[in-house]
Design a binder for this molecule. Structure first.
Ligand SMILES: CC(C)(COP(=O)(O)OP(=O)(O)OC[C@H]1O[C@@H](n2cnc3c(N)ncnc32)[C@H](O)[C@@H]1OP(=O)(O)O)[C@@H](O)C(=O)NCCC(=O)NCCS
Length: 157
């Protein structure tokens, strides 16, 4: 019987191509450019850009299958991005990333985690609700294409 290993770690420069690939597969609009990822990785002091990687039996090393980015400022945090490769969605990998974000925020004494999500993105809205986020308000025409966003909040401490 083979064992599946999951690891979450800080993103490194070598991860940029796979982060861009997963992003391209997951989002039609407002995609990150390489410079945006490098900025989040190396320059933005409040950013926490992580990848989740899988390995079968630890034999062939790990393969990155998802990523997340959240900003931590004083006692609040904002999830900027979270995505899992479409072939591997609904296998609790996004939840593993979200649990890691939550635990990190708890350790940093963050009060609230906030985020914006497209009102049409039902699977992400369900995902966030499953993790305890509540819709606080609607931000009209928040996105470039005029779509509204739900502003969601999770109380941590
Ligand atoms: C949102 C996303 C990160 C969730 O990651 P995931 O690994 O697929 O989610 P999980 O398997 O951890 O799902 C946890 C819960 O979220 C909800 N959920 C996840 N996918 C869902 C779907 N397609 N439909 C309905 N509910 C869903 C369910 O409640 C699920 O629990 P369950 O499987 O026990 O019913 C993933 O769907 C994704 O990458 N989407 C594209 C990128 C995106 O839209 N990101 C959010 C931008 S704001």
């Amino acid at each position: 019987m083979q064992n599946l290993f999951i690891n979450i770690r800080k993103a490194e420069e070598k991860d940029i191509p796979v982060i861009m690939q997963i992003e391209r597969l997951c989002f039609d609009m407002n995609r990150w450019k390489k410079e945006n990822i490098i900025y989040e990785m190396k320059e933005n002091p409040v950013a926490n850009l992580w990848v989740i990687e899988l390995s079968i039996d630890n034999e062939e090393g790990y393969r990155v299958v998802g990523f997340s980015d959240y900003w931590h400022t004083f006692d609040s945090a904002t999830i900027c991005q979270i995505a899992v490769h479409p072939y591997l969605q609904r296998k609790q990998l996004g939840s593993a990333l979200m649990d890691e974000i939550y635990n990190d925020c708890y350790a940093k004494k963050v009060k609230n985690i906030t985020l914006e999500v497209r009102v049409s993105n039902e699977k992400a809205i369900n995902f966030y609700k499953k993790h305890g986020f509540k819709i606080e308000t609607i931000k009209p025409r928040y996105y470039d294409n005029g779509e509204d966003a739900y502003y969601m909040i999770l109380k941590v401490t």
